[in-house]
Design a protein around this ligand. Structure first.
Ligand SMILES: Cc1ncc(C[n+]2csc(CCOP(=O)(O)OP(=O)(O)O)c2C)c(N)n1
Ligand SMILES: [Mg+2]
Length: 412
């Protein structure tokens, strides 16, 4: 009789205990519905000061997004991946950590970085086209905005684990998109985080799309929060447009991590209202009605409705928050309209440890051209010649030749 023909189940050997699940998966499973607070009786118990702080930051964040997008059209920013519609996640992530903790953002998370206290102009440096991060990660405890998907996640786990080994009280919060959860780095990060019980929190902003790829074509998982279960990490599902709910869930996950309880995977269900970046045309892959439906669930409107109903927000407060956001936008505009001093010679820095002869030759050629232009600019006789006869100084980058030759550091 072959094994397949065997009919007597009792004849099968019982697997030893090691074959049983080592962790009860039930407590790891996310709730079937995203956690919500705004519009429910629980919101009435929230600290009004926290609500107001979140509201003000949301209004400011929205204005930041529209201003940064406008700056791309004026050529002042190379690219901007807007988080309009996702401000609740961004602001909660930026506010929920202690100073000693670390934030690991992706390219879409400038708002979270700014909400953590980094100067907004510095937070935009990378997106302005500079090779520098723009801010000192160690000073702010904010890792550089990661453009390669999910690479920030193993970094977060490594840092959190190292801090724990050193006996430091540090939690790392790592942000990633729905598309990023398909990356190998996501899986490796979750596996090691669980294994080492690292004090790390993963926040997946499920905004429905990875550029033009909708979630339905990205993953067959029941929810993205379920992805934690296979690694032994609890998954939490939260309404990503409900700033109070995201703040509550993240704060709980951070507390748990700090207390030695290990990592949590939070999926915030939200929507990317704008195109992927200013270089994308979202109308080619999604219907305007879908976007409009999500605008009905706008994070600022949800918060404002709650605060007005609770009687802690009036017209003057709304006007004050709007005015403060306008002031921030005006300052951002003015500062982003300043040409950062750049050194065209910086092109050759950090290409090779020892420059090749060809590179050295090119550098010398550029240096000679720049010196010639500088000489032309400074020579009064040349300047007084009728237009057309003197060689026009060539613009070399936004700063142009003849400006102070500073190193790339001046771009900060
Ligand atoms: C490793 C890697 N592969 C591909 C890309 C190209 N890419 C840039 S953004 C993006 C979509 C990411 O979508 P998601 O993770 O959902 O983040 P979102 O842009 O929606 O915030 C892709 C595929 C990349 N940056 N890095
Ligand atoms: Mg996405």
């Amino acid at each position: 009789m072959t094994v397949l023909q065997q009919t007597d189940a009792s004849a099968r050997p019982v697997p030893p205990p090691a074959w049983r699940p080592r962790t009860d998966p039930a407590p790891l499973l996310p709730d079937p519905e995203p956690f919500r607070v705004l519009g429910t009786p629980a919101a009435r118990e929230a600290d009004p000061a926290l609500l107001k702080r979140l509201y003000t930051a949301l209004v400011r964040g929205r204005r930041f997004n529209t201003q940064a997008t406008a700056l791309t059209r004026q050529g002042r920013l190379a690219v901007y991946p807007s988080s309009t519609g996702q401000e609740a996640c961004e602001i909660a992530a930026g506010q929920v950590l202690q100073e000693r903790d670390w934030l690991f953002p992706s390219y879409r998370d400038t708002l979270a970085v700014a909400a953590r206290g980094v100067d907004p102009v510095r937070a935009l440096t990378l997106l302005r086209g500079d090779r520098h991060t723009g801010y000192d990660p160690a000073e702010h405890r904010v890792a550089p905005l990661a453009t390669p998907l999910a690479t920030q996640l193993p970094h977060a786990v490594g840092l959190a684990h190292a801090a724990r080994l050193k006996g430091e009280d540090v939690v790392a919060l790592a942000l990633v998109g729905d598309g990023g959860t398909s990356e190998g780095d996501f899986h490796e990060a979750l596996n090691f985080a669980a294994l080492w019980r690292a004090p790390v929190v993963f926040l997946v902003q499920n905004n429905g799309f990875a550029i033009s790829v909708p979630l339905a074509k990205q993953s067959a998982a029941p929810t993205l929060a379920h992805k934690g279960v296979g690694y032994g990490i609890p998954g939490r599902l939260v309404d990503g447009n409900d700033a109070l709910a995201v703040h509550t869930v993240l704060a709980e996950a951070v507390r748990r991590a700090r207390a030695g309880g290990g990592p949590t995977l939070v999926e915030a269900v939200t929507y990317r209202v704008e195109a992927h970046t200013n270089a994308d045309d979202a109308s080619r892959y999604r219907a305007a009605e879908e976007v409009e439906a999500w605008r009905e669930h706008d994070p600022i409107a949800l918060m404002e409705r709650e605060l007005r109903a609770a009687g802690v927000l009036g017209d003057e407060d709304v006007a004050a928050a709007t005015a403060a956001a306008e002031e921030m936008a005006a300052e951002l505009r003015a500062r982003m309209n300043e040409d950062p001093p750049t050194d065209p010679m910086g092109l050759f820095d950090h290409v090779f440890a020892r420059p090749t002869p060809r590179l050295r030759e090119q550098a010398e050629q550029l240096r000679a051209e720049l010196d010639a232009e500088l000489g032309a600019e400074l020579d009064p006789e040349l300047e007084s010649e009728p237009a057309g006869q003197a060689e026009q100084p060539r613009q070399a980058g936004p700063a142009g030749a003849g400006r102070p030759r500073e190193t790339g550091e001046g771009n900060r």
